[in-house]
Design a protein around this ligand. Structure first.
Ligand code: NAD
Ligand code: UDP
Length: 315
């Protein structure tokens, strides 16, 4: 049975990855310090024989005994609200955490998959974004802590590939949402759905003309594991290329939920990217991957989850 280490395994994406790896017959060791993750996310997995949870901060040396076939480094604050609250922890998990997990993969001869991000492209001047675009990032702005940590992590991973021959895959993830997205993490999909659930105003930052391309978590996880199982080395965009303005997202949420919420406009955060949309031709060509869940369906499934969480008293 192949065995994977998933850092950030108690987070939103990490917990879905652990679940799908177990379903595909992997044994999984989830390593997480619970900074922005939760044991609730992996409660159902803990009964599984092949699942192990280790509470640990990966900016400290990472030691896992036994054979390991793959290391997936997903630990990092990911929501703008979180990385602005934890700027130094974000820089450390992207740099020291990446170094430690690369060291683990090298020691045991495992393949390595790094969770990178569309933020690599910053406020992009090329649209849509292809993997060969170098980006437009403000290194000293508030978002720089996340963007530069991930850019450093990508550089470090490629250096391990070139210097040590490590099998390295880098997934550039574009705005992903779905069940287990923390209700108060400040991201736009969680904010709008929970605001609609509460019949509270939907908060649009700026005039709502900025765009994002939202990928449902099941599609994202299928793409990530496709990349893990492929021979590809280096970065690959995995995201949904259907692009929406934030205003269109708000309208979709209101229509879907039937909420009577009004829309209010608040200041745009510093360096908020004006457009974002992945060019996924590489993933289509190499993996035969493309997303299958449209925004309507994904929002409905996520909204139903928040409603169930509300009934359990967890939202
Ligand atoms: P999340 O906050 O739900 O998960 C991150 C997890 O990492 C949490 O469980 C947290 O406790 C853990 N963590 C943070 N610092 C740690 C440390 N030092 N040691 C051990 N664990 C630590 O966020 P997510 O959305 O699931 O993001 C997971 C990964 O995917 C991140 O690397 C993020 O940058 C990347 N990503 C996500 C998105 C998205 O849209 N969800 C987009 C781009 C990139
Ligand atoms: N946003 C918004 N209202 C909110 C939360 C976010 O208008 O309540 C906007 C935010 O300014 C950005 C987009 O929605 O333009 C996506 O924000 P998110 O925090 O989800 O992630 P980002 O893509 O910026 O990393």
């Amino acid at each position: 049975m192949p065995r994977a280490v998933v850092t950030g395994g108690a987070g939103f994406l990490g917990s879905h990855l652990c679940e799908e790896l177990l379903r595909r017959g992997w044994a999984v060791v989830a390593v997480d310090n619970l900074l922005t993750g939760s044991l609730d996310n992996i409660q159902a997995l803990r009964a599984h024989d092949g699942f192990e949870f280790v509470e640990h901060d990966v900016t400290e040396e990472v030691n896992v005994d036994g054979p390991i076939d793959a290391v997936l480094h997903f630990a990092s604050p990911a929501s703008p609200r979180d990385y602005l609250e934890y700027p130094i922890k974000t820089l450390k998990v992207g740099s020291l955490g990446t170094h430690n997990t690369l060291g683990l993969a090298k020691r045991v001869g495992a393949r390595y998959l790094l969770a990178s991000t569309s933020e690599i492209y910053g406020d992009p001047l090329v649209h849509p974004q292809r993997e060969d675009y170098w980006g437009n990032v403000n290194p000293v702005g508030p978002r720089g802590v996340y963007d530069e940590a991930k850019r450093f992590a990508e550089a470090m991973a490629m250096a391990y590939h070139r210097a040590h021959g490590l099998d390295v895959k880098i997934v550039r993830i574009f705005n992903t949402y779905g069940e287990r997205l923390r209700h108060h993490d400040g991201r736009v999909v969680s904010n709008f759905l929970v605001q609609a659930l509460d019949d509270k105003p939907l908060t649009i930052y700026g005039d709502g003309s900025q765009t994002r391309s939202f990928c449902f978590v099941d599609d994202e996880v299928r793409g990530i594991l496709g990349l893990l199982e492929s021979d590809w080395v280096g970065p690959m965009n995995i995201g949904n290329p259907n692009e929406f303005t934030v205003l269109e997202l708000a309208e979709n949420v209101l229509e879907l939920t039937g909420a009577g919420s009004e829309i209010v406009f608040e200041p745009l955060p510093v360096d908020d990217p004006k457009v974002r949309r992945p060019d996924i031709s590489l993933a289509e060509k190499v993996l035969g991957w493309h997303p299958e869940v449209n925004l309507r369906e994904g929002l409905r499934r996520t909204y139903d989850w928040y409603r169930r969480e509300r009934e359990r008293g967890r939202v």
